[in-house]
Design a protein. Structure first.
Length: 308
């Protein structure tokens, strides 16, 4: 790689995600869970700007509460930048400006989107040209959701969720999101699911999780009504147990015209599936009038991409 920079400043945008279907297996001896997920990237984005620096530094702002986001080496985006530098032998650093719009600790993979954006931005900034396969390999070292934030679209994830294969999806799917002011810790939600299962309050996990083929069929056919019948999230029971107030919001959304409502990932963001864009706008207005913050998004959208 040349020591000359390929660009003076690089802007990358990466999407948040929804788990349209999420089956969680029983806890493994190493404390992790095998999962099967149908991911969909949606039009709520993280923006990352990368520019040359002598060190690895970061600034975080956004339209969501970022007070809990680390602005040091604990940040996944900084770890991503260091991985690229290590991989190509780059001796300098990078400054990352992150502008967040995906709810923090909201079950939509915002931190993973930041990391994916940082991988793409540093690859472009330093003229590394690592290629998609190598970026995905690096992404998998950072966390299960980072490879999907790179890929975008609609995909099936198995194993720890990072073994991805694209899924055919026809047309546009409209969602209305209701974020929560307080985030949920993903490890805490998984641990609570294990407790609920051990006390038999919820069914045990599958030995070999898999995505319901009816979900894939609905996505292929662009059939929101059919999709609503089969969306599922095994983490939902744990999230609702930890934040009981989410139940009321779910009930309000489902009674206000949503085809279905679901906790997004480990929560606490709620995602309501709408029949079409017009129905989503009506649902957004109704939920806003009821006192909830409501965002209209759609999917699928592309993964992390250089802007401009």
């Amino acid at each position: 790689m040349s020591e000359a920079y390929a660009a003076a400043r690089v802007h990358v945008r990466a999407p948040g995600k929804l788990n349209v279907f999420f089956e969680v297996g029983d806890v493994q001896p190493d404390g992790y869970h095998d999962v099967a997920s149908a991911y969909q990237a949606v039009s709520l984005y993280e923006d990352v700007w990368a520019e040359p620096s002598d060190d690895f530094t970061i600034a975080v702002s956004g339209s969501v509460d970022v007070s809990g986001v680390p602005a040091d080496d604990r940040n996944l985006a900084v770890r991503a930048a260091r991985l690229v530098a290590q991989r190509i032998g780059h001796t300098g650093g990078v400054h990352l400006d992150i502008v967040k719009h995906v709810p923090v600790a909201g079950g939509m993979g915002g931190g993973s989107a930041d990391a994916a954006a940082a991988l793409v931005a540093c690859d472009a900034l330093w003229g590394a040209d690592l290629g998609s396969a190598e970026l995905h390999r690096l992404a998998a070292r950072l966390g299960a959701d980072v490879p999907f934030a790179l890929m975008g679209g609609t995909a099936i994830g198995v194993g720890r969720g990072d073994q991805l294969s694209p899924a055919l999806a026809k047309g546009r799917v409209d969602w209305v999101l209701v974020p929560s002011g307080d985030g949920l810790s993903t490890p805490e939600v998984y641990a609570h699911l294990d407790r609920l299962r051990s006390s038999h309050d919820v069914p045990a996990g599958a030995d070999a999780p898999e995505v319901d083929p009816r979900v894939l069929q609905a996505l292929r056919g662009g059939d929101a009504t059919a999709l609503a019948e089969h969306i599922r999230n095994d983490l939902q029971a744990a999230a609702l147990s930890l934040k009981p107030d989410l139940r009321e919001a779910l009930e309000v959304g489902e009674a206000s015209g949503a085809l279905a409502g679901i906790v997004s990932g480990s929560g606490p963001t709620l995602a309501f599936l709408a029949a079409d864009a017009e129905s989503a706008l009506e649902l957004q207005v109704t939920l806003s009038a009821a006192g909830y913050e409501a965002l209209h998004v759609h999917g699928p959208v592309p993964g992390a991409r250089v802007v401009g």
